[in-house]
Design a protein around this ligand. Structure first.
Ligand SMILES: Cc1cc2nc3c(=O)[nH]c(=O)nc-3n(C[C@H](O)[C@H](O)[C@H](O)COP(=O)(O)O)c2cc1C
Ligand code: SF4
Ligand code: SF4
Length: 264
């Protein structure tokens, strides 16, 4: 079983390729959380994998909470791996993820980072088309290596691009991010909204409701997956003052039609 969490499709696309290469099933963590579905029984030889994005040099809180609460039934010693997707560097993300697993009595055998296009448009401009193409090409090769390592059952094997100052970024900057930057208040919708309902459907926190055809954020904080703002087909969602001038990023696997209908 491969559990994944994804706002704009990078982690989903990686999880899908891993699932196909390893012959495992896929489960969306956001859906599992919303349905209260924390149970899984591993069959003989079944591996357990997790694929998720890096948020401020740490795993998304939704992912660590899920892992801590996962009710796993198994016999023997299941192989457990994790892949974190990031725009440039993961910091100590994998260390924190490993710790969350350990709190649930589980041991991580291997961990990898996968550099993919950056979706954090609340802070940065999107990558150029050339950067996106380069990242996809390298990621494809990296994923093939990851599949090989997992098939060989490599244990205590970690290939994570931590980047510079990883300890400070994860231990000092991330807690500040968790306190301040996950607020929904700066979100707003413009008259470009076509009332397609996609934002309500895809919100990983389940905190967007359409009222009179327009999204309303019903919680003060959210996962900050940036699915709503990046995937809105009318570019009608903004966050604060800077996103109006920035591009949007969606992995091709999550592209939608002009009316907001999902293709995947
Ligand atoms: C709130 C937020 C924080 C992020 N922080 C980081 C970071 O610390 N390091 C990094 O390299 N990328 C960072 N990113 C970029 C994402 O990790 C990257 O684009 C990821 O592949 C997105 O995955 P998804 O498409 O499955 O949602 C961040 C993105 C968001 C939305
Ligand atoms: S996804 Fe965009 S266009 Fe569709 S309802 Fe939400 S804000 Fe409106
Ligand atoms: S409100 Fe937007 S950014 Fe926040 S969890 Fe929902 S889709 Fe993600």
């Amino acid at each position: 079983m491969i559990y994944y969490f994804s706002g704009t499709g990078n982690s989903y696309a990686a999880a899908k390729k891993l699932a196909a290469g390893l012959g495992e099933d896929l489960m969306d963590i956001a859906v599992a959380v919303q349905e209260g579905n924390y149970e899984h029984t591993l069959t003989a030889g079944e591996r357990l994998g997790f694929v998720f994005p890096v948020y401020a040099w740490a795993p998304p809180k939704a992912v660590t909470e899920f892992v801590k609460n996962l009710e796993l039934y198994y016999s023997g010693d299941p192989y457990i791996f994790a892949v974190c997707t990031c725009g440039s560097s993961a910091g100590r993300t994998m260390d924190l993820f490993e710790k969350a697993l350990e709190e649930n009595g589980l041991v991580l055998d291997s961990g990898f980072s996968l550099v993919m296009p950056d979706n954090c448009i609340t802070l940065f401009e999107v990558d150029s088309d050339e950067e996106v193409a380069e990242k996809f090409e390298t990621a494809e090769k990296t994923l093939n290596h990851i599949i090989r390592a997992i098939k060989l059952g490599w244990s205590d094997f970690f290939r994570v691009k931590r980047g510079k100052f990883s300890g400070v970024l994860t231990k000092v900057v991330n807690p500040l991010f968790a306190m301040g930057a996950m607020k929904t208040k700066p979100f707003y919708v413009t008259d470009d909204c076509i009332s397609c309902g996609l934002c309500e459907k895809i919100c990983t926190s389940g905190c967007i409701e359409l009222t009179a055809g327009r999204p309303v954020w019903t919680a003060d904080t959210c996962n900050m997956c940036l699915a709503c703002i990046n995937r809105c087909p009318a570019k009608a969602i903004q966050y604060g003052k800077k996103t109006a001038k920035r591009g949007r990023y969606v992995h091709p696997i999550y592209q939608t039609k002009e009316n907001g209908e999902m293709t995947e």
